[in-house]
Design a protein around this ligand. Structure first.
Ligand SMILES: Cc1cc2nc3c(=O)[nH]c(=O)nc-3n(C[C@H](O)[C@H](O)[C@H](O)COP(=O)(O)O)c2cc1C
Length: 385
């Protein structure tokens, strides 16, 4: 390296994924905001997600978007079950692209955790007080008629014909996501929602071809992955979010490694390693929380299957994120709450890593001014005696 040149951290090294290139390896994790009506995107989403793109992230994910109306987690979530949803999302992806980021969408079916409380409402099953406030529950579905727990709705068991219809719904939603201008599509297979509830032997006690042994329980997830891969352009990357452990002692890391290898063979490019959520709130798990607590899952999947992984969970600053990449635990880092705290997380991480002294990564209309200011603030050289 020449004198004076600034070393480029891995975090800010562009990452090619099939036919697209993320400008860096910072991903904004899917985070639901309960601001949609009938699944439609609005100005809120453009400002909220747009600020992460302005803030320098490489990929900005939307929240979980329902592939069918009853596949939303709440009625305030985004959806992509109709052609009518495409136009608004085109405005969102165009804005994200103008800021230099890739736009990602997470496609989901909530399964037996559908029609639940939002985070601020408590993140559990709807209560009489929620109904009195105007929340309107809809019937939910699952691998069996077993509910998540006491007080949760009793689901209707999906039939093979229902499963086939839902696989198609996922594929149709992926086609619409492409037309809406998204670059990255993620299948939500974590947190106890429909696909995760089929994976775990605790929630899936079916004795047909979609239950039983691990291969049977993985079948629905793999059918969705293959159908989405076929519907999603070959030059665009496909991510799959797993709960590496279901948090209830049913599905474990060993199962995840087997699934990840199958997902890779089915055309999934990145396995996004989260955990928990099978028997309670969205991400609740009896898994001890500390910075980077889920990184070992991303690391094991990457090492044992050679599939690219995304690490997520209490990744707080640039040096921590850079160490995760340098040590080979993951290919991408997803930032959740720390990006809510600081939507310009990526640009601040670049400052912390010392790789953007001239504010060149910032939007030009800001960076020019910040560089001028930093020169003014530099301590004056000491006069020679
Ligand atoms: C407000 C909020 C909403 C979330 N919504 C989703 C979601 O829509 N889909 C999903 O897979 N995870 C969701 N999550 C989980 C995050 O994507 C992430 O995995 C989790 O917050 C851990 O990362 P963090 O410690 O950086 O926040 C949500 C988390 C938060 C805080």
């Amino acid at each position: 390296m020449q004198d004076g040149a600034v070393a480029r951290p891995l975090l800010f090294t562009p990452l090619p994924l099939r036919g697209v290139v993320a400008r860096n390896r910072v991903v904004i994790s899917p985070m639901v905001q309960y601001q949609a009506r009938d699944g439609f995107v609005n100005d809120f989403h453009i400002v909220h997600l747009g600020s992460f793109a302005r803030g320098g992230a490489g990929i900005v994910f939307t929240e979980n978007a329902g592939v069918v109306p009853e596949g939303r987690v709440t009625e305030m979530d985004l959806g992509l079950w109709s052609e009518d949803h495409i136009e608004g999302l085109q405005r969102l992806t165009a804005f994200i692209h103008r800021q230099g980021a890739l736009a990602g969408i997470q496609l989901t079916h909530s399964g037996r955790k559908g029609s639940m409380q939002s985070g601020p409402e408590g993140n559990g099953p709807l209560t009489p007080a929620d109904l009195a406030r105007g929340r309107r529950p809809w019937p939910v579905v699952g691998p069996t008629a077993e509910p998540v727990g006491p007080d949760w709705q009793v689901p209707r068991q999906l039939t093979p014909a229902d499963i086939a219809r839902l696989v198609d719904a996922w594929a149709q939603a992926a086609r619409r996501a492409d037309r809406a201008g998204f670059d990255v599509c993620e299948i939500h297979g974590a947190h106890g929602y429909l696909l995760a509830s089929f994976l775990s032997p605790i929630s899936n006690t079916r004795n047909d071809a979609w239950g039983g042994d691990r291969a049977g329980r993985m079948r629905f997830a793999l059918e969705v992955a293959r159908a989405v891969r076929a519907a999603w352009p070959a030059n665009k990357p496909l991510f799959f979010r797993v709960s590496a452990l279901d948090g209830a002692g049913g599905w474990d890391l060993e199962d995840t490694v087997v699934l990840a290898a199958e997902l890779k063979a089915s055309g999934v490019d990145v396995v996004d390693c989260s955990s928990g959520g099978l028997t309670g709130t969205a991400t609740a798990a009896p898994i001890p929380r500390h910075p980077g607590f889920q990184v070992p899952y991303a690391s094991a999947v990457r090492r044992r299957t050679a599939v690219a992984t995304m690490a997520v969970g209490l990744i707080l600053d640039g040096p921590q994120a850079e160490a995760i990449l340098q040590e080979g635990h993951a290919d991408l880092v997803a930032i959740g709450r720390q990006a809510l705290y600081d939507p310009y997380w990526a640009l601040h991480a670049a400052q912390a890593l010392g790789c953007d002294p001239a504010f060149a990564l910032w939007p030009a209309e800001i960076g020019w001014w910040l560089e001028k200011r930093s020169k003014i603030l530099q301590p004056a050289p000491k006069a020679a005696k």
